[in-house]
Design a protein around this ligand. Structure first.
Ligand code: ATP
Ligand code: MG
Length: 331
């Protein structure tokens, strides 16, 4: 069983990424052949600084290694190092429907918040994402809830490709966690916590110091009630319940039962304490790993070699069945 997922190096990663995606990546190493990449080519679809991008790739790589990715047990690399992704993206464009791309919620949301340019890259982002996954013939894609639609699109692309050119690509399944698949911004609990679009106070960064983490959680926006229960008109409290449940590995019902009658103040403090404790070891390991850029570069380069060995086979097959390039005997 092959698992693939990617994460953007835009800014620093947050608690939503950690709970919704990164913990699944770590667990994936025990469940199958896991392949993960830092998607620098996706990050350039919104305004960015070239020098900062390179630094952010190291930040993100060190964060993932600190969380428990082990280069001996997974393939971990930088997307831009494996040119097969961009070539496959173009080849897949012939079986990607413009109308489907046009329906994507992420494009609608992100294009609305761009101050200068809405790039074509932002529009075709899900096509590159399809190439990322399909290049490895992955069976499973661990992501947060917001990426469900993009995985649906890549499944359509793979199915259309196979129908048009013959069975070549694996149609992947989405894997979304039961709890914590959509952690909300603490200040705007109707929006997901986001690397690029969130509020500063409402976004708990994996690398925030304990005081900052606790302050952000204690000042989370909640309703005027006092019952620690989930509900449609209680987005803020529901989010905190979900966070505590994910961090402790218990069900949201357990959290509601434990804090029945305790009021919001005590509950928020308990969430703050739990998250601080949850992130502390990651932050410590991060500092150590981030200090050695040469080692990070070696890990990413070795990962890219392994990734290329797989992706180049898929691209060769795709070119062959599509009639691109010289005739070659089937591999
Ligand atoms: P942006 O908002 O700029 O797209 P992001 O915060 O979504 O950034 P990504 O690198 O795009 O970060 O996402 C990495 C992974 O984290 C994806 O699998 C995504 O589904 C997941 N994820 C992102 N935000 C959340 C969230 N608020 N809750 C749970 N999972 C999330
Ligand atoms: Mg995202």
């Amino acid at each position: 069983m092959r698992i693939f997922s990617g994460i953007q190096p835009t800014g620093r990663k947050h608690l939503g990424n950690y709970i919704g995606a990164i913990t699944q990546y770590v667990a994936g190493q025990d469940r199958g052949d896991a392949i993960y990449c830092v998607v620098d080519l996706h990050a350039i679809t919104v305004a960015y600084e070239p020098a900062a991008l390179r630094e952010s790739v190291y930040d993100t790589a060190a964060t993932l290694l600190a969380a428990g990715l082990d280069p001996d047990r997974c393939i971990f690399f930088r997307q831009g190092d494996v040119h097969e992704h961009t070539e496959l993206c173009w080849l897949l464009s012939s079986v990607t429907a413009f109308g489907d791309l046009n329906r994507m919620t992420q494009f609608k949301e992100k294009s609305g918040s761009q101050r200068e340019l809405v790039s074509a890259g932002l529009f075709i982002y899900p096509m590159l994402q399809a190439a990322d996954v399909l290049a490895y013939r992955a069976h499973e894609v661990p992501v947060g809830d917001d990426q469900r639609q993009h995985v649906e699109l890549m499944r359509d692309v793979a199915e259309r490709f196979n129908a048009r050119f013959g069975d070549t690509l694996v149609v992947p399944e989405v894997r979304i966690p039961e709890v914590g698949a959509r952690i909300m911004d603490l200040q705007f609990p109707d929006r997901k916590m986001s690397t690029t679009g969130g509020s500063e106070q409402g976004t708990v960064l994996v690398l925030d110091d304990p005081k900052t983490v606790a302050k952000k959680i204690r000042s989370a926006v909640t309703d005027s009630g006092s019952d620690v229960v989930r509900g449609p008109d209680k987005a803020g409290i529901s989010n905190l319940i979900e966070i505590l449940s994910a961090v402790r590995g218990v069900s949201p019902e357990d959290v509601e039962r434990e804090f029945d009658g305790s009021g919001y103040g005590g509950f928020k403090q308990a969430v703050a304490d739990a998250v601080v404790e949850y992130l502390a070891p990651v932050r410590e390991r991060y500092t150590e790993l981030r200090g050695d850029e040469a080692r990070l570069e070696t890990i990413l380069a070795e990962g890219a070699d392994k990734a290329r060995a797989i992706a180049s086979g898929t691209v060769a097959d795709v070119r062959r069945v599509m009639g691109v390039g010289p005739v070659r005997r089937a591999r």
